[in-house]
Design a binder for this molecule. Structure first.
Ligand code: UN1
Length: 498
């Protein structure tokens, strides 16, 4: 199966337009069944340095290509992604585990991002602004930063890569990309597509390997002027402090503890659907996954009962089987982290209504599967109500009022996504204003962000930058102010004002 979809048994780095091996390799494992799919390079400092040297050269010429022409490459890439969507989705399910329907959705995000950012190549708007002095023209415009580094996670191996690399490319930068070693196949395929679409050698360089080797070198490298990172909080903070020391621009997205609030006036059927989809879809392994449900006490019992009915119906297993709605957990470490939080929840006195265990029947042998889990009667300060679990686990917190719900929603260190189910128009408007997250949904779950809007969050989720949307261009461009004086004399700003 794997070999009929992947052309090679051994992936290679992509440096300066060449497909090259690194000194070492490791195995990529299908989380659904433990099978080895392919070998991936484990690169070192030399590989990163070669990539940066190539990128520096390539970027100088790429920056001079008119942006609408740079965009042509992304239009072609979008077309190729579209043609290969089904094959890419299957590969994605194999390396990441997410069910095929979701894998197709993720590839679609990449397609959307390609066409959207290609469109930006004909805009890349700046501003003209009236000058203070006569016969003087002033404007501000975007300039590429140079060589930029992107570090992407395993949970959205193609969507997040396109959120970062496409704006970087269209804006005239050259990219060094370290994909997650768990999910390198889509990265390899995306690089092939960009090569086929006509991206000049050296504009995109893919260096596979560990964060402790490749990522560290990228962060420390003086010629990489931006690091855009999505991943764990701890790693993100370390990257930020090193980038701070070097005055290197850094954009971080580091997860969430996203809540769905269900008010007493909510459409409960809709709320249940939204909760099941956002909490258990992708086995809860989304930064945007709902891992808290904040419920008004008057509808708590009804909501719990309906959730239990729906949890029972969830079919769990290999995502390539379209009957399954929930796939595996990425690896053993991920599974152990979830198990650990189940233990913590029990010790904290939360009431376990469903799940809480590893699925280990014969059909799940060699894979990593966890039963969709519902804790109830949680208090807002419990660790299971505060910390990111990254698995199919809900902590349900009862509240007495709308105001309390907002307070509980905002009472965590993260601020990525939040949602509220209510039919009260006043509550809708208050909630969208007061929910302290980068993304807010009304009458929908916490997942499903669209690529033409900014993606990112407040507080511990990030550092104020955004992926995707036109806002992503701010990460990969510098604003340049330009003054052109056509008065024929030296006019001194702030002095010659008469
Ligand atoms: C992530 O979880 O890291 O909004 C990305 C969503 C998807 C992207 C999630 N469009 O759920």
């Amino acid at each position: 199966m794997a070999q009929s979809l992947i052309e090679t048994e051994k992936l290679t780095n992509f440096i300066n337009g060449e497909w090259v091996e690194a000194a070492d390799t490791t195995e990529v494992i299908n989380p659904a069944n433990g099978e080895t799919i392919v070998q991936v390079p484990l690169s070192d400092e030399r590989d990163v340095n070669r990539a940066v040297d190539a990128a520096k050269q390539a970027q100088k010429e790429w920056a001079l290509v008119p942006a609408p022409q740079r965009a042509e490459v992304l239009f072609k890439a979008g077309q190729l992604l579209k043609e290969r969507k089904e094959r890419l989705a299957r590969l994605l399910t194999m390396e990441n585990g997410k069910v095929l329907e979701e894998a197709r959705g993720e590839v679609q995000e990449g397609i959307d991002m390609a066409f959207y950012m290609a469109g930006e190549g004909r805009r890349l708007f700046g501003h003209t602004t009236p000058a203070e002095l006569p016969n003087k023209f002033s404007m501000s415009q975007r300039a590429p930063v140079g060589v930029v580094g992107i570090i992407t996670p395993w949970n959205f191996p193609i969507a997040i890569a396109t959120w970062k690399s496409f704006p970087a490319i269209v804006a005239g930068n050259a990219v060094i990309w370290k994909p997650a070693t768990e999910t390198p196949i889509l990265a390899y395929e995306l690089a092939k597509i960009l090569e086929e679409a006509g991206l000049p050698n050296g504009v995109l360089n893919v260096v596979f390997g560990k964060g402790s080797a490749v990522g560290d070198v990228m962060v420390h490298h003086g010629d990489i002027r931006v690091i855009s990172f999505t991943g764990s909080n701890e790693t993100g903070r370390n990257i930020a402090s090193e980038c701070g020391r070097q005055l290197k621009k850094v954009s971080l997205e580091m997860g969430g503890k996203n809540a769905i609030t269900v008010m007493d006036d909510a459409d409960l059927d809709l709320a249940v659907e939204g909760i099941i989809w956002s909490a258990y879809g992708t086995s809860g392994q989304r930064c945007t996954a709902a891992s808290r449900v904040i419920v008004h006490e008057d509808v708590k019992q009804q909501l719990e009962e309906r959730l239990l009915v729906e949890i029972e119906k969830l079919t769990i297993g290999d995502g390539l089987d379209e009957a399954n709605k929930v796939g595996p957990i990425i690896n053993k470490a991920g599974l152990e982290k979830i198990q650990n939080y189940i233990q913590i929840g029990r010790e904290e006195g939360a009431n376990l209504l469903a799940g809480g265990y590893v699925l280990d029947d014969e059909q799940y042998a060699n894979g990593h599967y966890f039963a969709p889990t519902l804790f109830t009667d949680c208090t807002p300060d419990m660790r299971i109500s505060q910390e990111e679990i990254f698995g199919p686990v809900i902590s349900l917190v009862p509240v007495k009022s709308f105001e309390e719900a907002i307070q509980v929603n905002n009472g965590v260190s993260f601020g990525l996504s939040s949602s509220i189910f209510t039919t009260d128009a006043n509550r809708v408007f208050k909630a969208q204003r007061d929910l302290d997250t980068g993304i807010v949904y009304v009458n929908a779950g916490t997942t499903g962000a669209e690529i033409h809007l900014p993606f990112g969050g407040t507080k511990g989720t990030g550092n104020g930058h955004r992926d995707s949307g036109v806002q992503a261009l701010d990460v990969f461009t510098e604003w340049k102010a330009v003054y052109i004086d056509y008065s024929g004399k030296l006019q001194r700003a702030q002095i010659d004002t008469e």
